[in-house]
Design a protein around this ligand. Structure first.
Ligand code: MV4
Length: 496
């Protein structure tokens, strides 16, 4: 068992900070790596040491394997945590880290490789009693037999790229007449995007819910799950709001999905933190889709309902410790909601609105956690993901957690750029969200840019706002109407 004394975090932003905080609590020294754009970033200031690894574009810095192991060598770190994104699911990186003599805080290169290919993943789980969407388990090579299978499955079907993921390389086919054309497109897209033209077909589940299970394995063959996260509120495959637990799972369904998730992990000898993604159809049938071999953005909702620090656990597992609890030791406490705060303008097709955080004041209070990597006055670099923060709220029930999240959004003060906070508030107020009866089509079905500006205000608030503007106008020598109108619309947006 190798105790980690110094950990290099091969990442940036909120997740780098989040990982370093847990490491520090464990008495582990931390090393940051940074690019030009991140010279003054908080993860660099927080770390015990920091190493410059290159220019701002991530291909010049955060994606450079040798620069990262070189930084680890220079600082005499003994382990490397990849965070999420960047090199976190790159089996070559996991291998490179270990071959360079460092502990990789993550799964084996081989597990990453198997789960990185959807066809290899299907093949691996096929002997482990895991429900799969009806479809093919081999790459399509012959159009005639593929069409025959599609007819047996029944339209609509979905063509997926084996090397795809997160919605990339998928094509819906509604009728047989479109089959050939869509197949050709799918293969050529997969070839140019992933360098691997292998595709397969599945029955298309038209309005699924996205439910994922947090699992953990140790290096001694034990695997447990930490319940599910409901991630159906997403926009173009980008998650917007996540919660735990899901409001649709019964304890029986949770148990059988949990068992299936554990089996997925066992099918590839998994250790470390992982997420098993399922879709759930309208009859509550569940199907395994893919496994993510990293710590996920939305892991805090699981931490809130289980009381467990998943990063500490990742580090203990990487040190070779056995899992410190059994499945029976775990239970769900209350409910947690996470909203992602992006520097994007919901009124303008969610275009990135990077700029400077003119004001930045976080909400506070019981049950509120903010994971971020910025402070007032800092700019959001345009080279990386425009996520500013994650706001996570925990309370006894789903209703209370939603109310707390709305209160926290109202308290959050961000100026200088547009954010997705108002959009998240719109979702949290929506009847379909409140009822728990929604699917992955929620944003498509219920959100229009006008939803934000024309949303009805409470009558009293409307009158109060009108009066205050009149008062403002009376007391202002230089009457500047456009400025006032802008103020009102901002105010309204924040009041959604
Ligand atoms: C599907 C599906 C319906 N039927 N597979 C999208 C991301 C990737 N993980 C798999 N995805 C889907 N696979 C079948 N057979 C619908 C989706 C899907 C989806 C899944 C999870 C979360 C959001 C989604 C949004 C659109 C489509």
């Amino acid at each position: 068992m190798a105790k980690i004394k110094k950990l290099l975090v091969a990442n940036r932003g909120e997740i780098a900070l989040r990982i370093m905080r847990s490491a520090r609590e464990m008495g582990i020294k931390t090393v940051a790596v940074y690019s030009d754009a991140d010279r003054n970033a908080l993860h660099v200031r927080f770390a015990d040491e920091a190493v410059y690894i290159g220019q701002s574009p991530s291909v010049e810095s955060y994606l450079r394997m040798e620069k990262i192991t070189e930084a680890a060598r220079k600082t005499q770190a003994d382990a490397i945590h990849p965070g999420y994104g960047f090199l976190s699911e790159n089996e070559d990186f996991a291998r490179h880290v270990e071959e360079s003599g460092f502990i990789f805080v993550g799964p084996s290169a081989q597990s990453i490789e198997v789960m990185g290919s959807k066809l290899a993943a299907k093949e691996a789980v096929s002997r482990f009693n895991v429900p799969l969407v009806p479809g093919t388990s081999e790459p399509i090579t012959d159009l005639v037999s593929a069409k025959k299978i599609a007819r047996e499955i029944g339209y609509p079907i979905l063509i997926k790229a084996s090397a795809g993921g997160g919605g990339k390389g998928m094509r819906i086919v509604d009728r047989e007449e479109q089959f050939e054309e869509q197949m050709e497109r799918a293969v050529s897209e997969a070839t140019s995007a992933f360098g691997d033209g292998s595709v397969f077909i599945e029955k298309y589940v038209t309005q699924p819910r996205h439910i994922e299970f947090q699992i953990f394995g140790d290096q001694h063959g034990n695997v447990i799950h930490f319940f599910e996260r409901e991630c159906s509120i997403q926009r173009r495959h980008q998650k917007v709001i996540e919660e735990a637990p899901s409001s649709v799972l019964t304890s029986e369904l949770r148990q059988s999905m949990g068992e299936a998730a554990i089996n997925v992990a066992k099918s590839c000898g998994y250790y470390g933190a992982g997420t098993v993604e399922f879709i759930l159809d309208e009859n509550l049938n569940f199907y395994f889709l893919e496994m993510n071999t990293r710590l996920q953005v939305e892991h805090p909702v699981t931490e809130m309902i289980t009381g467990i620090d998943l990063v500490k656990l990742q580090i203990q597992i990487a040190e070779g410790e056995p899992l410190p609890f059994k499945q029976e030791d775990l239970s769900i406490q209350g409910h947690a909601v996470e909203v992602r705060v992006y520097a994007e303008d919901p009124a303008n097709n969610f275009l990135p609105d990077i700029g400077t955080l003119k004001t930045y004041n976080r909400p506070q209070g019981n049950g509120i956690r903010v994971d971020d990597g910025f402070e007032q006055g800092m700019s959001i670099p345009f080279y990386y993901d425009p996520m500013i923060a994650k706001l996570i709220c925990h309370a006894e029930t789903r209703e209370l957690a939603i109310e707390k999240t709305i209160r926290a959004i109202d308290e959050y003060e961000i100026t200088g750029l547009e954010t997705t906070l108002g959009f998240c508030k719109y979702v949290l107020h929506h009847d379909a969200f409140r009822s728990g009866n929604f699917d992955t089509k929620f944003v498509e079905k219920f959100f229009k840019p006008e939803s934000l500006s024309t949303s009805p205000l409470h009558a009293e608030e409307l009158i109060a706002s009108a009066l205050s503007v009149v008062e403002y106008g009376k007391n202002t020598a230089n009457h500047q109407e456009p400025v006032e109108l802008k103020t009102i619309s901002k105010w309204r947006k924040n009041r959604l």
